[in-house]
Design a protein around this ligand. Structure first.
Ligand SMILES: [Ca+2]
Ligand SMILES: [Ca+2]
Length: 211
């Protein structure tokens, strides 16, 4: 299921001021039960003393930093997850734009790029980057290819939205057998025979059937 998100970017739309714009985007994040996923830990290609774990402390005043094009930090979700979006708060995010790539991996070795773009350059708050529908992985890596001022990679907070694969698709579970408090000859197993013309029956308040 998808949702159409419609946003007014600046002010309203009017014939008086037709230059104001609106945009729409398709998002699966709004309806698929995406939520913040637990992150087991983070590792990075390096740091300058501002440690990777600083992106998980819910504090915009602490950061991970590393100097150099291609610096990366990656989150371990513990197991394969369906990933909806990645939220990144950038250090000095209101004064410079970062060039970056988001990639995902099942094994921590082979990564697939799922997002390439720039940060807005307008905010210190987390920005949400929506990934293509069907993105799955255990490891989420952000590779920073410099910013508009220098080649530092600096992120203050990182989180990942998604849902576990087991919640994503419900399947019918096998039932090996059923028992009941009693029956009148219409046996409990009749509820498992895919035949609407057979039934389990028992007389009495509190009659029960269980698997
Ligand atoms: Ca922080
Ligand atoms: Ca039946």
């Amino acid at each position: 299921m998808t949702a159409l998100l419609f946003s007014i970017v600046s002010g309203g739309i009017s014939q008086i001021n037709p230059t104001q714009k609106a945009y729409a985007r398709i998002s699966s994040a709004a309806t698929s039960g995406c939520q913040i996923l637990p992150i087991n830990g983070v590792t990075a290609s390096g740091n300058d003393g501002n440690l990777p774990a600083n992106v998980l402390d819910n504090n915009l005043n602490t950061r991970w930093s590393n100097l150099g094009i291609g610096s990366w930090i990656q989150a371990d979700l513990g197991s394969n997850m369906n990933i909806c979006s990645v939220n990144i708060a950038w250090y000095n995010g209101n004064t410079r734009q970062n060039n970056f790539v988001i990639s995902v991996s099942n094994d921590g070795t082979a990564f697939t790029n799922v997002f390439t773009g720039k940060s807005s350059g307008t905010t210190l708050s987390p920005e949400t980057y929506i990934l293509p529908g069907g993105t799955t992985g255990r490891y989420v890596r952000i590779t920073v290819n410099g910013n508009t001022l220098n080649n530092w990679a600096s992120i203050t907070e990182l989180s990942v939205d998604g849902f576990s694969s087991s919640n994503g698709s419900c399947t019918k579970l096998p039932i090996s057998g059923v028992t009941a408090s009693g029956n009148d000859g219409n046996l409990p197993a009749n509820v498992l025979d895919n035949n609407l013309n057979t039934r389990w029956s028992n007389l009495g308040i509190g009659s029960w059937i269980k698997r």
